[in-house]
Write a protein that binds this ligand. Structure first.
Ligand SMILES: C[S@@+](CC[C@H](N)C(=O)[O-])C[C@H]1O[C@@H](n2cnc3c(N)ncnc32)[C@H](O)[C@@H]1O
Length: 197
Protein backbone atom coordinates (compact mmCIF):
# COMPACT_ATOMS: atom_id res chain seq x y z
CA UNK A 1 0.00 0.00 0.00
CA UNK A 2 2.82 2.44 0.88
CA UNK A 3 4.39 2.16 -2.55
CA UNK A 4 1.04 2.50 -4.30
CA UNK A 5 0.41 5.81 -2.54
CA UNK A 6 4.01 6.94 -2.91
CA UNK A 7 3.90 6.19 -6.64
CA UNK A 8 0.74 8.27 -6.97
CA UNK A 9 2.44 11.25 -5.29
CA UNK A 10 5.36 10.83 -7.71
CA UNK A 11 3.14 10.75 -10.79
CA UNK A 12 0.65 13.36 -9.53
CA UNK A 13 -2.36 11.01 -9.67
CA UNK A 14 -3.96 12.70 -6.64
CA UNK A 15 -7.70 13.39 -7.05
CA UNK A 16 -7.96 14.13 -3.29
CA UNK A 17 -5.24 16.79 -3.38
CA UNK A 18 -7.18 20.06 -3.65
CA UNK A 19 -4.50 22.52 -2.48
CA UNK A 20 -6.80 24.01 0.16
CA UNK A 21 -8.17 22.85 3.51
CA UNK A 22 -11.28 20.68 3.32
CA UNK A 23 -14.35 22.81 4.16
CA UNK A 24 -15.59 20.04 6.45
CA UNK A 25 -12.54 20.50 8.68
CA UNK A 26 -12.87 24.29 8.61
CA UNK A 27 -16.60 24.11 9.41
CA UNK A 28 -16.22 21.81 12.40
CA UNK A 29 -13.19 23.55 13.89
CA UNK A 30 -15.02 26.88 13.63
CA UNK A 31 -18.48 25.75 14.73
CA UNK A 32 -17.74 23.20 17.47
CA UNK A 33 -15.42 25.09 18.17
CA UNK A 34 -12.12 23.23 18.50
CA UNK A 35 -9.73 25.48 20.40
CA UNK A 36 -6.09 25.69 19.26
CA UNK A 37 -4.01 22.92 20.82
CA UNK A 38 -1.51 20.25 19.79
CA UNK A 39 -2.97 18.58 16.71
CA UNK A 40 -2.13 15.54 14.57
CA UNK A 41 -3.11 15.02 10.92
CA UNK A 42 -2.88 11.30 10.09
CA UNK A 43 -2.16 10.59 6.41
CA UNK A 44 -1.61 14.32 5.88
CA UNK A 45 -0.65 14.03 2.20
CA UNK A 46 0.84 17.27 0.91
CA UNK A 47 -0.19 19.14 4.06
CA UNK A 48 -3.00 21.55 3.12
CA UNK A 49 -5.00 20.78 6.27
CA UNK A 50 -1.87 20.93 8.44
CA UNK A 51 -1.10 24.38 7.06
CA UNK A 52 -4.63 25.63 7.71
CA UNK A 53 -4.62 24.33 11.28
CA UNK A 54 -1.20 25.91 11.92
CA UNK A 55 -2.50 29.25 10.65
CA UNK A 56 -5.40 28.92 13.09
CA UNK A 57 -2.92 28.62 15.96
CA UNK A 58 -2.68 24.84 16.33
CA UNK A 59 0.72 23.23 16.97
CA UNK A 60 0.51 20.61 14.25
CA UNK A 61 2.23 17.32 13.46
CA UNK A 62 1.58 15.72 10.07
CA UNK A 63 2.34 12.05 9.41
CA UNK A 64 2.11 10.04 6.23
CA UNK A 65 3.77 6.82 5.14
CA UNK A 66 4.33 8.08 1.59
CA UNK A 67 7.71 9.78 1.72
CA UNK A 68 7.01 11.80 -1.43
CA UNK A 69 3.90 13.26 0.23
CA UNK A 70 5.90 14.29 3.30
CA UNK A 71 8.59 15.83 1.07
CA UNK A 72 5.93 17.88 -0.76
CA UNK A 73 4.24 18.82 2.54
CA UNK A 74 7.50 20.17 3.96
CA UNK A 75 8.01 22.33 0.87
CA UNK A 76 4.44 23.66 1.01
CA UNK A 77 4.77 24.41 4.74
CA UNK A 78 8.04 26.24 4.20
CA UNK A 79 6.52 28.29 1.37
CA UNK A 80 3.54 29.06 3.62
CA UNK A 81 5.93 30.16 6.36
CA UNK A 82 4.29 27.99 8.99
CA UNK A 83 6.14 25.86 11.50
CA UNK A 84 4.84 22.31 11.68
CA UNK A 85 6.57 18.98 11.95
CA UNK A 86 6.17 16.16 9.47
CA UNK A 87 7.17 12.52 9.83
CA UNK A 88 7.22 9.66 7.35
CA UNK A 89 5.43 7.13 9.53
CA UNK A 90 3.09 4.18 9.13
CA UNK A 91 0.39 5.09 11.63
CA UNK A 92 -0.50 1.43 12.15
CA UNK A 93 3.06 0.38 12.91
CA UNK A 94 5.27 3.23 14.14
CA UNK A 95 5.31 5.45 17.18
CA UNK A 96 4.11 9.03 16.62
CA UNK A 97 6.35 11.59 18.37
CA UNK A 98 4.79 14.53 20.20
CA UNK A 99 1.77 12.83 21.80
CA UNK A 100 -0.60 13.45 23.44
CA UNK A 101 -2.62 15.57 21.03
CA UNK A 102 -5.78 17.51 21.84
CA UNK A 103 -7.19 17.23 18.32
CA UNK A 104 -6.60 14.43 15.80
CA UNK A 105 -7.80 14.72 12.22
CA UNK A 106 -7.73 12.49 9.20
CA UNK A 107 -9.12 12.94 5.73
CA UNK A 108 -9.19 9.74 3.73
CA UNK A 109 -6.73 7.76 5.85
CA UNK A 110 -8.99 5.75 8.21
CA UNK A 111 -10.88 4.41 5.21
CA UNK A 112 -7.60 3.16 3.68
CA UNK A 113 -7.45 0.41 6.32
CA UNK A 114 -7.81 -3.04 4.77
CA UNK A 115 -10.47 -4.49 7.07
CA UNK A 116 -12.31 -4.26 10.40
CA UNK A 117 -9.28 -5.49 12.34
CA UNK A 118 -7.09 -2.73 10.93
CA UNK A 119 -9.78 -0.09 11.52
CA UNK A 120 -9.96 -1.13 15.17
CA UNK A 121 -6.17 -0.95 15.47
CA UNK A 122 -6.25 2.51 13.88
CA UNK A 123 -8.92 3.68 16.37
CA UNK A 124 -6.96 2.16 19.26
CA UNK A 125 -3.86 4.08 18.14
CA UNK A 126 -5.80 7.35 17.94
CA UNK A 127 -7.03 6.62 21.50
CA UNK A 128 -3.40 6.04 22.56
CA UNK A 129 -2.17 9.35 21.12
CA UNK A 130 -5.04 11.61 22.13
CA UNK A 131 -5.25 13.43 25.47
CA UNK A 132 -8.11 13.24 27.98
CA UNK A 133 -11.30 14.68 26.44
CA UNK A 134 -9.43 15.08 23.12
CA UNK A 135 -11.35 15.20 19.84
CA UNK A 136 -10.93 13.04 16.72
CA UNK A 137 -12.47 14.13 13.42
CA UNK A 138 -12.41 11.67 10.54
CA UNK A 139 -13.63 12.25 6.97
CA UNK A 140 -14.14 8.86 5.42
CA UNK A 141 -15.72 7.39 2.26
CA UNK A 142 -19.41 6.42 2.50
CA UNK A 143 -21.00 3.39 0.79
CA UNK A 144 -24.17 5.38 0.20
CA UNK A 145 -22.21 7.16 -2.53
CA UNK A 146 -23.04 4.11 -4.65
CA UNK A 147 -20.00 4.33 -6.92
CA UNK A 148 -18.25 1.40 -5.28
CA UNK A 149 -15.84 0.60 -8.11
CA UNK A 150 -14.34 4.07 -8.38
CA UNK A 151 -13.12 6.81 -6.05
CA UNK A 152 -12.13 6.40 -2.41
CA UNK A 153 -12.77 3.26 -0.31
CA UNK A 154 -16.27 3.40 1.15
CA UNK A 155 -17.49 2.38 4.60
CA UNK A 156 -20.87 1.74 6.15
CA UNK A 157 -21.85 3.71 9.25
CA UNK A 158 -21.58 0.39 11.09
CA UNK A 159 -17.95 -0.04 9.90
CA UNK A 160 -17.12 3.35 11.42
CA UNK A 161 -19.09 2.89 14.63
CA UNK A 162 -17.88 -0.62 15.43
CA UNK A 163 -14.23 0.46 15.10
CA UNK A 164 -14.41 3.71 17.06
CA UNK A 165 -17.14 3.24 19.66
CA UNK A 166 -15.09 1.17 22.15
CA UNK A 167 -12.62 4.06 22.42
CA UNK A 168 -14.62 7.19 21.58
CA UNK A 169 -17.95 8.79 22.35
CA UNK A 170 -19.47 9.75 19.00
CA UNK A 171 -20.52 13.40 19.14
CA UNK A 172 -21.81 13.51 15.58
CA UNK A 173 -21.89 11.20 12.58
CA UNK A 174 -23.26 12.85 9.48
CA UNK A 175 -23.30 12.19 5.77
CA UNK A 176 -21.69 14.84 3.56
CA UNK A 177 -19.32 15.28 0.62
CA UNK A 178 -15.58 15.65 0.34
CA UNK A 179 -14.41 19.12 -0.57
CA UNK A 180 -13.26 18.35 -4.09
CA UNK A 181 -12.47 19.73 -7.51
CA UNK A 182 -14.67 16.99 -9.05
CA UNK A 183 -18.09 17.92 -10.37
CA UNK A 184 -19.63 15.08 -8.30
CA UNK A 185 -17.63 14.82 -5.07
CA UNK A 186 -17.76 11.51 -3.19
CA UNK A 187 -20.15 11.07 -0.32
CA UNK A 188 -18.44 10.78 3.05
CA UNK A 189 -19.01 10.16 6.73
CA UNK A 190 -18.03 13.11 8.90
CA UNK A 191 -17.47 11.67 12.36
CA UNK A 192 -16.52 13.82 15.36
CA UNK A 193 -15.59 11.92 18.50
CA UNK A 194 -14.41 12.51 22.05
CA UNK A 195 -12.02 10.20 23.89
CA UNK A 196 -13.70 7.93 26.40
CA UNK A 197 -12.35 8.12 29.93
C1 LIG B 1 -6.67 9.86 0.22
S1 LIG B 1 -5.08 10.37 0.75
C2 LIG B 1 -5.49 11.86 1.61
C3 LIG B 1 -4.29 12.74 1.89
C4 LIG B 1 -4.60 13.99 2.72
N1 LIG B 1 -5.21 13.65 3.99
C5 LIG B 1 -5.47 14.96 1.98
O1 LIG B 1 -6.60 15.18 2.42
O2 LIG B 1 -5.04 15.49 0.95
C6 LIG B 1 -4.75 9.23 2.06
C7 LIG B 1 -3.37 9.43 2.65
O3 LIG B 1 -3.19 8.53 3.76
C8 LIG B 1 -1.87 8.01 3.71
N2 LIG B 1 -1.91 6.75 4.48
C9 LIG B 1 -2.69 5.67 4.24
N3 LIG B 1 -2.48 4.72 5.16
C10 LIG B 1 -1.54 5.23 6.02
C11 LIG B 1 -0.89 4.72 7.18
N4 LIG B 1 -1.15 3.48 7.66
N5 LIG B 1 0.03 5.50 7.81
C12 LIG B 1 0.31 6.73 7.34
N6 LIG B 1 -0.25 7.27 6.23
C13 LIG B 1 -1.18 6.52 5.58
C14 LIG B 1 -1.56 7.86 2.23
O4 LIG B 1 -0.18 7.82 1.95
C15 LIG B 1 -2.24 9.12 1.67
O5 LIG B 1 -1.37 10.23 1.64
Amino acid sequence: MTNRFNERYKTGDLPWNINRPDFNLVGIVESHPVEPCKALDIGCGTGDNVIWLAREGFEVTGVDYAETAIHQARIKAEESKITSVFYTIDFLKNNVPGAPFGFIFDRGCFHSCDDAKERKLYARNVFKYIEKDGLWLTLTGNVDDGRLETGPPKLTARDVVSAVEPFFEILSLTSGRFDSNDTQPSKIWICLMKKRN
